[in-house]
Design a protein around this ligand. Structure first.
Ligand code: ADP
Length: 197
């Protein structure tokens, strides 16, 4: 029996982690066998938990790449597999998630669907195209209070190990957020490049 794919997508600060935690909490109350996975690059919190910007957290198994994600997820017959910050795993995540769904699990993928440059951020757009259920969230624009579909970097950007500016799709700590380095912006106030600011 095939499972089901659910997507929670949006920019930073849109409440994606909160929504994922809400669904996981409900599933645990219902006695569902749940596996929560997070990328071990996400150093916003201790390595074994998902933390929202409000500081609420739930336990998660940290995995470093898609291969180990697949191994952990196949080790047991989980009814629900929840993946936090799916964009960290890159486009390679797609076939593994499809496989888990075909094995019968409900898989929830939660992550950024847009880069800080305002571009689609794979793999989330692919998951949104074929999911049974998609929740697209918005944050609050820090300038005007309207719905924010974008986030952008502010302040002094961190440099990569090579000394260059991180690219918008770089899968490294530059994309892990806090109030200090990224802000949510509506379409009107989004200005991804310094010239436009
Ligand atoms: P995400 O996982 O999408 O980054 P979180 O679930 O971690 O979002 O955090 C959402 C929370 O962040 C909100 O409930 C709110 O308290 C807080 N927050 C801080 N700045 C903003 C903003 N600009 N817009 C919306 N929520 C914000």
């Amino acid at each position: 029996p095939s499972g089901r794919l659910e997507v929670i997508a949006g920019p930073m600060f849109s409440g994606k982690s909160e929504e994922l935690m809400r669904r996981v909490r409900r599933a645990k109350i219902a006695g569902v066998n749940v596996l929560v996975l997070s990328h071990s690059l996400d150093t916003r919190s201790d390595l074994s938990a998902i933390t929202s910007h409000d500081g609420i957290n739930i336990p998660a198994v940290p995995v470093g790449d898609v291969r180990s994600l697949g191994e952990v997820a196949r080790a047991e017959d989980y009814d629900l597999v929840a993946i936090d910050e799916a964009q960290f795993f890159g486009p390679d995540l797609v076939p593994t998630v499809f496989e888990l769904v075909e094995r019968g699990a409900t898989v929830i993928v939660e992550g950024l669907c847009v880069t800080f440059d305002g571009e689609p951020f794979e793999p989330m757009p692919t998951f949104m195209a074929v999911a049974e259920d998609v929740l697209k969230l918005t944050a609050v624009c820090t300038i005007c209070g309207r719905d924010a579909v974008f986030h952008q970097r502010v302040g002094t950007p961190g440099l990569t190990a090579e000394g260059s500016e991180p690219r918008a799709t770089d899968i490294d700590a530059s994309h892990i957020g806090g109030l200090d380095s990224y802000v949510a912006r509506c379409r009107e106030h989004f200005a991804p490049t310094p010239e436009k600011r």
